[in-house]
Design a protein around this ligand. Sequence first.
Ligand code: NAD
Length: 322
Amino acid sequence: MSIERINELRDILRRLSREYYELDAPSVSDQEYDRYMQELIELENQYPEAYDPESPTQKVGGKVLEGFNKVAHKEVMLSLGNAYNFEDLQAFDERVRNEVGNVEYVVECKIDGLAMSLIYDEGKLQMAVTRGDGTVGEDVTNNVLTIRSIPRTIDFKGPMELRGEVYMPKASFEHLNAIRRERGEDEFANPRNAAAGSIRQLDSRIAASRKLDAFWYTYVNAENDGMTTHEQCLERFAQLGFHCNEERRVCKTIQDAWDYIQEMTEKRNDLAFDIDGMVLKVNSLADQRRLGATIKTPKWAIAYKFPAEEVITKLHDIMITV
Ligand code: NAD
């Protein structure tokens, strides 16, 4: 029975991933998708004989679309492990401390956009590549060049790869959907899907009209540039002219991280961009290296996902009904 459920869940998750990553048109909420995924992870743990390297639990979601040149990532682009409450974060913190001892965390917003890699050399932007399936992405340089906040040239001559999130600000999203409504076109479900749909347009004039933006948060091979902490990398990016989200905090304990998450849960609706959670990252790059990664997620970071806003929606419905 449970093996049947495992197969059923794998089929459901594959279908939902196709809708989300390939069609940019999800039919269920992220929370519902996450619930299926969580159920599958638990069943696969209970039934190790059902292990399958092709299972959605073992794969970084996403597929490379036709129409773009395919680019192999020099270093894989991973997903993130999930946490849903303080206990999950405490368990993560315990695993980290058992492995490397005392650490501090940088706690950042989890931007709801799509992951992007930028490659610079000789001070010039050479290529922008989507995460794709984590190993191979799509060359979307022409579309990314339409994002004004991304520097074409930087004051750094060596090769440099940085990663972050391209997103659609809430105001651009509202504007885009208003236009689509007027024209009788289908509206985008959310800014994340609108951003992904915009970046994967073959005509870059469409991407240009969508008013996208981006935040950068990963410096690949940062230690070659003398960096020792994640926070230093973010400061370096800002110095070079990249947008880094200022809304972040270095936390010395998991309790401090949780307090900041509570603050941000209150504040999230006031931000100009959508966030679907908060990401905790071990600050020391040497500790990150020691902790390493699984096939799908780094062991030095975790994403706390905000709970669904169903209660608020229900209250809102009641208020409207009343
Ligand atoms: P994820 O979105 O849960 O987390 C990983 C991603 O977070 C990274 O790849 C990066 O792009 C992003 N990110 C944003 N801010 C970041 C930051 N500050 N630091 C590091 N990374 C940051 O995982 P995923 O593998 O990209 O996607 C899976 C998720 O997508 C699911 O949990 C679900 O929420 C959603 N999804 C929904 C459906 C659906 O049908 N609704 C289908 C598939 C996936």
